[in-house]
Design a protein. Structure first.
Length: 326
């Protein structure tokens, strides 16, 4: 077996490139305008001048380009390194990203255009798995209730939901507003619909279509395998208490955070921060499963691993690819 001992970058400007890597890696550098050596751990890193190469091997640099290498360095904390890179004015190619194969990395360019990859290896422990509820485990839709009221007239249902601004109104309950206050407010603004608005409070359970069976089966397999499971859901506190006793699977979670109970809702980063306090692990060691693109993007920006839920079948395949399901 051959032993890899180092990498030599050929450049038209040794002093510039070697000074960049000296400051980047925070190591000693020795050399001159023709050759420089950096005191790196592991394999050696060297910088050599183009004209020096030509003197050693005439025409060896013909057709040679720049910026065609990717160089990797393992670091302790990708995010703190990213902050340092920004202060150095280094051009970032890809901001800190967590990958399903257990790495978190930031990509950037050196002065010659080569891509440099700073990465950290994540814990080998299985991730904490965080489930959204509505749309992932529970089929919730106010249309289930209002179809009954409007005798399955879909146009009438959609007109009502649109005219009262139902989903915008409901998000305030997700964030903790009491239903009594919410009903009074919307009735004052839409008095012609007040009886219909009250029905949602009085017959809330009829907006639940039931569990999403295959998703719950997947959850059960993860629970049986011993994974740590958490719930993070936008849900009015009063109404979650109505639904929770209906389904045994809520007892499979190590902890559940409901937006209405803490007066914060996704995609607010503070809601994710509360979850991390509960889990006692960094975001990079948590896997969020959610059906909202906004929530997924917010979680990714904080370092979470994520799966954008599209169907139970797709979720099952994604978990298999991650090695979390057989």
């Amino acid at each position: 077996m051959k032993k890899f001992t180092g990498l030599c970058l050929i450049t038209p400007d040794v002093l510039r490139l070697s000074a960049f890597y000296r400051d980047l890696l925070e190591v000693e550098m020795q050399g001159d305008q023709v050759h420089a050596e950096l005191a790196t751990q592991g394999a050696g890193l060297y910088v050599f001048a183009e004209n020096g190469m030509e003197q050693m091997a005439p025409r060896s640099m013909q057709g040679a380009g720049h910026g065609s290498f990717t160089i990797e360095f393992q670091v302790e904390d990708v995010d703190s390194e990213h902050e340092r890179l920004l202060k150095m004015g280094v051009p970032i190619v890809k901001p800190p990203t967590t990958y399903p194969w257990g790495r978190r990395a930031v990509w950037f360019r050196d002065p010659d255009g080569n891509i440099v990859n700073f990465y950290s290896q994540l814990s080998s422990d299985p991730p904490a798995i965080v489930f959204d509820f509505g749309g992932v485990l529970i089929d919730w839709d106010p249309r289930y209730l209002y179809r009954k009221v409007f005798h399955h007239d879909e146009q009438a249902v959609e007109r009502f939901l649109s005219e009262v601004g139902f989903f915008e109104w409901n998000r305030l309950q997700d964030a903790g507003r009491p239903f009594s206050e919410a009903i009074a407010d919307l009735c004052a603004r839409q008095p012609q619909y007040c009886d219909l608005i009250r029905l949602y409070d009085e017959r809330y359970a009829e907006s639940i279509g039931g569990p999403i069976s295959l998703s719950v089966e997947i959850l059960g397999r993860l629970h049986a395998a011993g994974y740590h499971l958490y719930g993070l859901s936008n849900w009015p506190a009063e109404k979650f208490q109505v639904v929770r006793p209906m389904y045994e699977f809520f007892n499979w979670f190590d902890a559940i955070l409901i937006s209405g109970e803490v007066h914060l809702a996704k995609p607010d980063p503070r809601f994710f921060a509360l979850l991390l306090d509960q889990v006692a692990r960094p975001a990079a060691e948590c896997l969020l499963i959610d059906d909202s693109t906004k929530n997924i993007l917010a979680a990714q920006s904080l370092g979470f691993r994520t799966i954008l839920f599209q169907s139970p079948q797709q979720l099952q395949e994604q978990l298999r690819l991650l090695g979390l399901l057989l």
